[in-house]
Design a protein around this ligand. Sequence first.
Ligand code: BTN
Length: 300
Amino acid sequence: MKPVLEYAFYQYLGNISIIFWHFTLQWQRLGIHQYKPLLQGASLASPADIDISALEQKLATARIGRSLRFFPEIDSTNEEIRRNLSLPEGAVVIADHQTHGRGRQGRSWHSESGSGLYLSTLLKPDLPPEDLASLTLMAGIATISAIPQQTSAKLKWPNDILLNGKKIAGILCECIAEPGAHPAVIVGIGINLNHTRFPENIQDIATSLKLETGKDVDRTQLALSLLQNLDSEYEEFLQGKMDNLVRKWTEHSDMFGKTVTVSQKGKKQTGTAIGLNPQGKLILQTPDGKQHLLDSGELH
Ligand code: BTN
């Protein structure tokens, strides 16, 4: 990992950078982190780094990423947002490396340094919790649209992105609903970009853009596309354009019309994936002809 903060201070303060970097590490150990103002002007990151300064300069969004925090290392970007729910809507936390990246169903998310994109954003839609399930679809569309279009990446319900049958990205939406307050939704996105290998336990199911295309991915550019897409897709969600979300999601998936098995709360159901209803629930038709609406589960 390149110490981005060291570059930032080197640019302005000569060799004091190392002292600042050292302090930065100390502060991080104490749980105090360097935020955006100290990063402004940092632009000497290597191509493998995420260039936060360039990202901030190019970002033209209404909500997403107006407040942006970068961590060379953190436990989990979702967790960092959860600790800071008073951040404005659209606040984004990006990390180069997560020590405790979280996946769905209590799984961990492999988050090595210098390779992937790990980010979370905070949404505060003025809607009841039952209307929020389709935020996962919204995030899926934003993510797959940021992945170079010449790849044949596909959305897999509810929140995976597969490339050549292996997982390339995942989405973890966590909702925090407190009585009397608007629900806060943390949308966490992990994308495997420049990984050249994966740990043995996931190497048969995980892949990266680099492994599939042979090309390095510019993480700054990909982060920029992702944040811009999230901004526009979230706007459509807020305007209630569910038909658009469902149409786009369907266009990016190849699972409809196929036989699938869905596990939900220990129960397995096999049937044909018919499509998504306007609320983003999966319509599964079982061999007895009945149609079931599923709002969560694991698809096999
Ligand atoms: C899954 O497919 O299981 C969801 C994976 C989500 C991973 C991302 S990485 C950024 C954010 N922070 C986390 O701890 N998890 C999400």
